[in-house]
Design a protein around this ligand. Structure first.
Ligand code: IPT
Length: 984
């Protein structure tokens, strides 16, 4: 019993915040899915980049569908193992929120359900016994894996979320809560996870913001009630238009009504956005949710007192191997702070870093009480809205200011009347006004504790502060260029001294010094007794890294207010710091020659600096700070040129089904006369791919019939998901294609047949692109919406049952052979069934033929493969992308309707649709790519046009050359081609 209590005490909470190991902590977290970066050796890199932002947490989903593609066989080794995810989180000092589903949404195929679940008779996510039973195996295995990684077992996991947005049920409203479904299903899922050993708190993510499953609300209630919100929505084509209808207001009122005894929690808040086939590209989504959006909307969240805050996504990654749903393409970059290829150049990375670091050093926020949005009482103009957070006992008040119209791109001037320990003051007191320039928001503070020194107020945002040696303190304030700002400090702290070049005015008012300045690009510094205050332009603050020194076990690299920190100015990235004696050891990245400057450290006796273990020559800056330079001489890297004869492409036809010699006797007969699919069937036997175990990549149907000599037309209705396409042949005669659109997931078409001979045997061959299953709202069974041939008719031949259909998808279907790469990596194409996309395919005797200069001649599929060596120097991180040149290439008058799958060492890392786009660059991570040895690259090139297709251009392009302190990832195990005896 005592042990049980000790275990529980590691993570507790009250109405204000989570309390970890007895200490309040701001859970400032970002979403990152291990399965979207299948190179486990790079997980530490991402965690370190998140930690460097000042974040304390990461939230992650696991994808049931990828782990249990074969019912009963849950695969948890290789890239599917979470061991390195947990150890990397601990090493970086990041707490984890685990979200194992079983339903996860997340723009994954079937929302993370295995394909075989589509055949369940019972409604998915209901209490139907077959559905519940289906989840048990996965939940117990993943539950145990997560349980072993809990903080109570020395791991990083502090919270678990069962299910996902399980808030609505068709036809139900909150007042008629559907007990029999929602509550029992949640309770069942929770019980399975508790049985597996989960002891940390459960959280819920309610997208309705209506109190579903809040603590005390009945069966299935969780410990921590949280909400989800996506106020920017998803219109990346109009990235400067901020929708207003989902702008958050009144969240503190909702929270106190629904869950007064738990911390205000946002489980998902839009940190990027998504794009689909035929869209505008993920970089546009990064503009929709950019640094200004993060300033205005994130700060608005803080005004409601959020203390468990997760942004979705912080790093998106890749929908490799067909893991995505049909509404998205291969990139899951998400326009997130960290790009798909792990770079951090997007300005919102820096903006989030400023904000998260503020909360790390502001414990008073964790117990403050959110007030209500107001203006008149505090602020001089109705153009500005101010929401206060009142200090409880700790006296610090926070005033969150923004344009009253939060979308406003204009400027407003204001002054603020704040309540402080020296009475009510209208600020700025000395001169000028505060300003809100464009889309912006400010956090003004009063009576803010800087390690025992009281900052009476500051109009400038606080970035960070630390204790230096003795009783020294260094505080960093920042603002936008040319803004006027002001702070006040008790005269007892000392007399302000200005650095050379600091143009601030200093005035004594009553018992305080008031310092007023205009933000300039040049640094200004004021010293007041033991306190040094940096008055920075925001963009200089971007280059400054507050880093935690390691602490004793168990805190180690996790965040704690008791930790010592250093503040260093550097360029691209700092990852970690340690001090031994007079030596400062830094690890980090540079992308140009970079000066390192020790702004503040707990010791004033530092004399030397190492960077990534290399000693640097140090000097003192004019202000006395220790500085050193990291040189940057990019290495010469040799990359393959796929377009010249230096690169030998081998070619094989990948649609032998068109040949009269082809034997499909090993194919599966579409013989099911019934289906459990809720959409019913309109054909004599079911032709739904999921009824025969095929759920991914592509599908091929073969329809055999004997002609009565009267057939004139062939009608098909086919569904493959948004962006899908198909091509249809009669014997070897091409009948036509549907090339796809960004809007249709189903397309019916009527083909004219050549004249057929009485009593002759014919076969239709239909190749269909499978873009992944849909996601769903609970209770809708939308996931089960079929893929494949849903209807056909032969005019002049009324008995549909005369046609004998066969189907194939990936070889083996649910009994997929490639456990390393998972159940979704392969489709139906012949080359894939033979496994030729795997490294070292048997190309002896194959034709030399290039996808770029030769391509494929008619409608059909060609398979092209080549190999090349890479030899990247150690200590350099060079993210690489395969880039297709989207020129429409083919014969005269061609439409350029072609589709390419990119395989790198056997991993499908790209589905390129030339006529839809928008994605043309396909990042492939180190680890999947062998940076020091042989790589095999293969393309399936499917021309949907009769006159064939050539790939417009294809190149391997470095996206950055970074001298990096990252840990070089080990090579991911990528099994080679071996003969597939049962392949057909
Ligand atoms: C929310 C999901 O929970 C998450 O998995 C992801 O799909 C996200 O949307 C969009 O990227 S659900 C939405 C209705 C808030």
């Amino acid at each position: 019993m005592l042990l049980f209590l000790l275990v529980l005490a590691l993570v507790t909470w009250d109405q204000h915040s989570l309390i970890v190991r007895g200490e309040r902590v701001m859970i400032y977290s970002g979403e990152f899915h291990p399965f979207r970066l299948p190179s486990p050796g790079l997980w530490l890199d991402v965690f370190q980049k998140i930690k460097a932002m000042g974040f304390t947490g990461v939230s992650f989903y696991t994808d049931w569908g990828l782990l249990e593609g074969n019912p009963g066989e849950v695969v948890t080794d290789g890239v599917w193992s979470l061991d390195q995810f947990f150890s990397a989180a601990s090493e970086a000092g990041i707490y984890l929120i685990a979200r194992p589903g079983p339903y996860i949404n997340a723009e994954t195929a079937a929302g993370g359900m295995p394909g075989w679940a589509l055949r369940l008779n019972g409604t998915l996510r209901s209490t139907a016994p077959d559905y519940l039973n289906a989840t048990v195996n996965y939940l117990s295995i993943i539950g145990k894996i997560i349980a072993d990684a809990q903080i109570t077992n020395g791991g990083p996991v502090i919270m678990v979320q069962p299910e996902n947005e399980y808030s609505t049920w068709p036809g139900e409203s909150f007042t008629q809560f559907p007990e029999q479904f929602n509550r029992q299903l949640m309770a069942f899922t929770e019980d399975r996870l508790r049985d597996a050993g989960i002891v940390v708190p459960f959280a819920v993510n309610d997208n309705e913001n209506k109190g579903y499953f809040a603590a005390g609300s009945g069966l299935g209630a969780v410990d921590i009630y949280g909400i989800d919100a996506y106020p920017f929505r998803y219109d990346c084509a109009h990235p400067y238009v901020w929708p207003t209808y989902r702008f958050p207001t009144g969240w503190q009122t909702n929270h106190t009504a629904f869950s007064p005894s738990t911390p205000f929690t946002i489980m998902e808040f839009e940190g990027g956005s998504g794009d689909g086939w035929g869209g505008v590209g993920e970089d546009m989504c990064a503009i929709l949710v950019n640094n200004e959006g993060i300033r205005v909307l994130f700060k608005n969240n803080y005004s409601f007192g959020v203390t468990i805050f997760n942004t979705y996504m912080i790093y998106g990654g890749t929908n490799w191997g067909n893991l995505g749903y049909h509404g998205g393409y291969t990139s899951y970059d998400y326009g997130a702070s960290i790009t798909e290829d792990r770079q951090i150049w997007r300005e919102k990375y820096s903006e989030m870093k400023l904000q998260a670091n503020f909360f790390k050093v502001s414990p008073a926020y964790l117990t403050a009480t959110a007030g209500n949005v107001g203006n008149g009482s505090f602020v001089s103009t109705p153009a500005i809205a101010v929401t206060p957070l009142w200090g409880n006992g700790m006296k610090t008040n926070f005033y969150v200011a923004r344009h009253a119209d939060f979308t406003c791109t204009g400027n407003a001037s204001y002054s603020l009347t704040v309540s402080t320990s020296i009475g009510n003051v209208t600020i700025p007191q000395l001169s000028g006004t505060l300003s809100m320039i464009g889309r912006d928001s400010k956090i003004h503070v009063t009576d803010y504790d800087v390690g025992g020194i009281n900052l009476i107020y500051s109009t400038a945002d606080i970035y960070t502060w630390i204790k230096t040696s003795g009783s020294g303190r260094v505080l960093i304030l920042y603002g936008g260029l040319n803004e006027t700002h002001e702070f006040a400090i008790p005269i007892s702290v000392g007399k302000p001294k200005l650095s050379s070049g600091c143009a601030a005015t200093v005035t004594k008012i009553g018992s305080s010094w008031v310092i007023n300045w205009e933000v300039t690009a040049a640094r200004q510094v004021v010293t007041i007794g033991d306190l040094t205050v940096y008055l920075l332009w925001r963009n200089e603050a971007y280059d400054i890294w507050p880093l935690e020194l390691p602490a004793a076990v168990p805190i180690s690299n996790y965040s704690s207010i008791s930790k010592s920190m250093v503040i260093i100015k550097a360029g691209n990235l700092l990852r970690s710091v340690s001090i031994d004696g007079h030596n400062l050891h830094l690890t980090g990245d540079v992308n140009c020659t970079t000066t390192l400057e020790v702004i503040a450290a707990p010791s004033d006796s530092l004399t030397s600096i190492t960077f990534n273990s290399n000693p640097l020559h140090t000097t003192k800056s004019s202000s006395g700070n220790l500085v050193a330079t990291v040189g940057f001489e990019p290495p010469k890297t040799t990359l393959p040129d796929f377009s010249t004869s230096s690169c030998e492409w081998k070619y094989h036809d990948s649609l032998p089904e068109l040949s009269p010699m082809y034997d499909d006797s090993l194919w599966i007969n579409c013989s099911h006369t019934t289906t459990t699919n809720p959409w019913g069937k309109r054909t004599p036997t079911s032709l739904y791919a999921s009824d025969y175990g095929f759920h991914t990549g592509s599908l091929i149907y073969r329809g055999h019939f004997t002609s009565n000599g009267k057939e004139s037309n062939f009608l098909v209705n086919i569904t493959g998901g948004v962006g899908f396409g198909y091509s249809v042949w009669l014997n070897s005669t091409f009948l036509g294609s549907w090339a796809g659109s960004g809007a249709n997931q189903t397309w019916a078409q009527n083909f004219t047949l050549p004249s057929l001979q009485l009593r002759e045997k014919y076969v239709f061959t239909i190749l269909i692109d499978h873009m992944g299953q849909d996601e769903e709202a609970p209770g809708t069974d939308a996931i089960k919406y079929p893929r494949g041939l849903t209807y056909f008719a032969l005019s002049g031949h009324s008995n549909l049952a005369d046609a004998q259909w066969k189907i194939t998808g990936n070889l083996g279907g649910e009994q997929y052979p490639d456990l390393a790469r998972g159940p979704r990596n392969e489709g139906a194409m012949y080359a894939e069934r033979m496994g030729w996309h795997l490294p070292s395919p048997p190309t002896q005797g194959w034709e030399n033929r290039s996808p770029v200069t030769d391509g494929v001649d008619g409608a059909g599929v060609g398979f092209f493969t080549t190999s090349f060596e890479l030899n990247m120097p150690d200590g350099w991180d060079v993210p690489l992308s395969f880039v297709f040149n989207g020129t429409r290439s083919g014969g005269e008058g061609t439409e350029g309707n072609y589709r390419v799958q990119l395989f790198v060492n056997g991993w499908q890392f790209g589905k390129y649709v030339n006529n839809l786009g928008p994605q043309t660059a396909f990042p492939v991570p180190e680890g999947i790519l062998n940076y020091n040895g042989r790589n095999d690259v293969s393309l399936t090139l499917w021309s949907l046009d009769a006159d064939g297709a050539k790939v417009g251009g294809f190149a391997l392009v470095p996206q950055a050359i970074i001298k990096s302190g990252y840990s070089k990832p080990s090579l991911v195990e990528s099994p080679k081609w071996t003969e597939r005896k049962n392949a057909f």
